[in-house]
Design a protein. Structure first.
Length: 403
């Protein structure tokens, strides 16, 4: 940084590496990275909003002694050999939870990692995007503007490849600087516990009834209308998967909700609804109307139930009516956690998840003590550092609310 102005990072140190899209070139990269030393910076680019699913369309890596590499998972769909070669190394990712699922699909699974975004949160940085972190910590300005492009495009344009290579150019330097800062703040062990939890977490189970997450679903009240959403969502998903396009490009969530609310009786009536306009072909309209008709023909016993079975406590807004004492506990606990988080200079949700606080407040241990509360927190997956920090303030809040 010069006079407070970040230095533009315009080119990778060794230039833009060639895109690896064939097995023999991949073997050379694997050998080079296996010989490399220290942690390995890893990033992945997806085509969210363009293609079906969240698969990786480019993988970027950098390691001391190996330089940078750009790998095309379309040409090289199995990167398990690379994953094995890097098994003993620490992987540096920014917002690891976003990239780990698509990396796992192609055989790349870290055993140790360092998440620079999460490290920034724990260190109390107000802005934790990669560009903001590189600028505030290292004094460089990364190029912006290509993160949301269609990375399934082939061949990938040179400006995109430059952007992708620069994304891992300084990750090792950023990791080292953040490690020093976390150590200075006495939070380094906390960070490593968080990173271990991410690396060891199993893949999330498939979401139950994903159609219920349709945007605008809160407007849909009647079970017959919910059935229309389910049928249209399922038909759209099947078409999107077959065509390998984002579901939103096949039919918008807003159009699904409009059809559910209107329950159109014919293709002509469907055409009059927003999202089903004149640009849509007759065949497309007929398939959407067929989905609506299937929902309308369902017997009552097969209609979806409103809402989903609650896992855990009810929404906090309902607590005052359902259990005023629990509502008082939650209010006291939230205030205590927020105050502690502020004193530690980190976001409250990183100190302890809001869901964990709700669960402990809804069903607290029968005998409130540091031992029972710490046991409850551990049972909900809290890390040891979180338990040590949060238990005393939760015990005090729960005890005060009971008096």
């Amino acid at each position: 940084m010069v006079d407070g102005t970040p230095i533009p990072l315009l080119e990778p140190r060794e230039g833009i590496p060639p895109v690896v899209a064939e097995e023999h070139a991949l073997a050379e990269v694997i050998a080079a990275f296996a010989r490399g030393t220290g942690p390995v910076a890893v990033d992945a680019e997806r085509a969210s909003g363009y293609r079906y699913g969240q698969r990786a369309y480019l993988v970027q890596l950098r390691r001391e002694g190996a330089g940078s590499a750009l790998i095309d998972p379309v040409g090289c769909p199995d990167l398990s050999g690379l994953g094995e070669a890097l098994a003993g190394a620490e992987w540096i990712l920014h917002a690891a939870s976003q990239d780990l699922p698509c990396l796992r699909e192609i055989g790349m699974v870290p055993t140790r990692l360092f998440d620079t975004e999460l490290a920034g949160r724990l260190a109390g940085f107000p802005r934790v995007g990669l560009g903001a972190m590189v600028e505030s910590v290292l004094g460089y300005a990364l190029e912006k503007g290509h993160s949301a492009v269609d990375w399934s495009t082939r061949p990938l344009p040179e400006p995109w490849l430059r952007y992708a290579a620069l994304d891992v150019e300084l990750l090792v330097d950023l990791r080292d600087a953040l490690e020093k800062e976390l150590d200075r703040q006495g939070k380094l062990e906390w960070a490593y516990q968080e990173f271990d939890a991410i690396a060891s977490a199993p893949p999330p189970p498939p979401r139950k009834d994903p159609w219920r997450r349709t945007s605008g679903m809160h407007k849909v009240r009647r079970r017959r209308q919910m059935a229309v959403v389910r049928e249209l969502w399922t038909a759209r998903d099947r078409i999107a998967q077959r065509r390998d396009v984002s579901p939103g490009k096949v039919l918008s969530d807003a159009a699904i909700v409009e059809a559910a609310l209107a329950l159109p009786a014919s293709v002509h009536a469907l055409t009059a609804l927003p999202g089903f306009g004149h640009r849509m072909g007759r065949r497309q309209l007929e398939q959407w109307q067929a989905a609506v008709d299937r929902a309308k023909a369902l017997p009552d016993m097969e209609l979806p139930q409103p809402g989903q079975p609650l896992q855990g406590p009810p929404p906090p807004r309902a607590w005052a009516e359902k259990d005023p004492v629990a509502a008082a506990r939650l209010s006291a606990a939230r205030a205590a956690v927020s105050a502690l988080a502020e004193s530690l200079n980190l976001p409250p949700e990183n100190l302890i998840t809001p869901d964990t606080v709700r669960r402990v407040c809804w069903e607290p241990p029968k005998d409130i003590s540091e031992e029972t509360v710490s046991g409850a927190l551990a049972g909900y997956g809290a890390r040891q550092w979180q338990i040590e920090q949060v238990t005393p303030v939760l015990v005090a809040a729960l005890t005060a609310a009971e008096d």
